[in-house]
Design a protein around this ligand. Structure first.
Ligand SMILES: O=C(CO)[C@H](O)[C@H](O)COP(=O)(O)O
Length: 234
């Protein structure tokens, strides 16, 4: 099975957790998009849900396919969020933001009673950090912010290139109007310490470490679907 087929299988399995009447957070990325396509088919057949999207891109797809949508302001408490991830560790801590939607994704996940991550098996790792950590930053004072990120991360023994994300020859701009810096730290031994350190930098809006948010990961591999629960590392 190719990666797309695996994403569809993970999305299909996640649909089994969606119940009539649910308020659903809907993620961003190619796996989340497969989920939206399958959800739309169920909605057409009569499933009643209301969605809150994590990006303009997802919002547009949901509306195009007829999934009823709300906003987080109208619907501030959600039953379940289903979203993809760039990396998933055994605690179900995640790196997210490969698609640049990490801020809204985190706000929506926090507003949800449960979060289910859907992915193909290649996203499952022992330790987070091989995938460059996306950090959403304010445009103002970009260089000073990058310098401060460097200092904070070095104080934790982390180093590596910090690269401003570019798309089509221009800085990538998030739905919130911010920029993304991708930090290639390599293995991140203490994700909580790094999260705190990054939040100490005033120009950092949010980062792509999702710690303690995911309740379940549904991963699809060549041997089928696996359902992963967080392994307590404390
Ligand atoms: O965090 C994300 C977007 O900000 C995505 O969920 C993540 O990048 C995974 O994307 P894909 O399903 O396309 O591999």
């Amino acid at each position: 099975m190719d990666a797309k087929a695996l994403k569809i299988e993970a999305a299909r399995a996640a649909l089994g957790y969606v119940e009539d009447g649910m308020r659903l957070g809907i993620g961003t990325g190619s796996t989340a998009e497969e989920f939206v396509r399958l959800l739309a088919v169920r909605v057409e057949k009569g499933l009643k849900v209301i969605g809150v999207s994590t990006s303009e891109r997802t919002e547009a797809l949901c509306r195009e396919l007829g999934v009823p949508m709300s906003t987080l302001d109208e619907t501030p408490e959600l039953d379940l969020t289903i979203d993809g991830a760039d990396e998933i560790d055994p605690e179900l801590s995640l790196i997210k933001g490969g698609g640049g939607a990490l801020l809204r994704e985190k706000i929506v996940a926090f507003a949800s009673a449960r979060m289910i991550v859907i992915a193909d098996k290649s996203k499952v790792v022992k330790h987070l950090g091989a995938f460059a950590l996306p950090i959403e930053v304010n445009r103002f004072g970009l260089k000073a912010t990058m310098e401060e990120i460097r200092r904070e991360s070095e104080s934790l023994g982390l180093s590596g290139p910090l690269v401003l994300r570019i798309k089509d020859g221009h800085p990538f701009v998030t739905d919130g109007g911010h920029l993304i810096v991708d930090a290639s730290f390599g293995r991140i031994p203490d994700t909580r310490a790094l999260s705190r350190a990054l939040h100490d930098v005033p120009g950092v809006v949010e980062h792509g470490l999702f710690i303690g948010l995911a309740d379940l990961a549904i991963v699809a591999g060549s041997n089928g679907i696996e359902t992963l629960h967080p392994v307590d590392a404390s």
